[in-house]
Design a protein around this ligand. Sequence first.
Ligand SMILES: [Zn+2]
Length: 419
Amino acid sequence: MNLFFHVFDVMILRISVVWLLLLSSNLLIGQEKFPWPEGKKFAISLSFDDSRLSNLEHGIPLFNKHGIQATFYVHPSIVEKNLSGWKDAVAKGHEMGNHTLVHPCSENFIWSRSNSLESYTLTSMRKELTDANRQIKDLLGVTPVSFAYTCGQTFVGKGEGKKSYVPLIAELFTAGRGWLNEAPVDPLYADLAEVNGIKMDDIAFEDIMPMINYARDNNLWLVLVGHDTGPQKNGQTTRLDFLEKLCTYINDNSDIWAAPVGEVARYVETTRTNGRLVKSDPLPVIENVAGTLNLKASLGRGYGPKIEYMPDWKAYGWWTSQDSVVWNISVPESASYKVMLEWSISDEEAGKEVSVHIGGNKIVHKIQTSGSWETFRREKIGEVSLPAGNHKVIVVPTNSNDKGHFMDVRSIQLFRINN
Ligand SMILES: [Zn+2]
């Protein structure tokens, strides 16, 4: 064979192999990467079932020490026996989820034979779930938004009459969590009414690391499931040394978003639709006749787990350090602008810092009290120069670890400065 052609063939082969690899990795990874809040790479939720006493004794104090919030799928009749302990857990920000009233499972379990999912109908299950939610609300003051399938089983009835109650969970809750599943949750595609739950009972921290790394590499949501929390094996027990190492690891790695199941599910739900990200870019705001860009809250788009537009106040509220608001603007010609912020905040919550990104500019501003949440105040926070064209305006808490509420924002206004 002619040497020249051989070299040429090899070159062509190499090029096409590289090209194929690039193409296939694009296809495998997909075009869209799920945008976890604040640039986090993946999410972890810790959840525990059956309202076990050891959660109050060992688990919750450990989470409180590390500042991590978990989800507890509880039964009202058990909560009632240690009401103050569970109330304290709610006050610390832990989520209380629904796990039915009487924990029915398949009659294949000897202990569940007189209380089996086979004997339920969709109607009786609906009643039990809504009763449980009401009782938890009465006891703890919170209404569960997520549910954990008892024994991870998702059916009622038997044989020809067997039905899935996943659609019922989809109707009643933001999320339904499973048990003994094999993989983390893909936030773009997963059915939130049937979220995979991975076992963390009776394992060592090192055993879960491959799963954590897999979730990190693929931007996934790892939902861990345990029961008792204690120093040693005792039936279904998530070991305290496991939790100690896991919480330390979470706090040492800033690419992890650790939050309760309901909070992550709500973020996922509002960030995607049918396997695609919500087309969330708001239309650009243009200058009015006075040369002002009036960025009303209603024209921006809120991102994050808690933030909500409040029509009665014409403002974004329920803002935490994990939330942000984005506007698009269109600047007709290169110009300088005076930037005004219209906000409200109570005396107690004032003093935090906000970063306002406008085009390539960044204004860091300390939020002064407006007197109360009901009183809005408007003040100049800086000046920016912008070239002609489209830009983004992003209002985001400067410190993503700030606790408590962030301000309510009614508008940002950019007044053209005449040179
Ligand atoms: Zn259970």
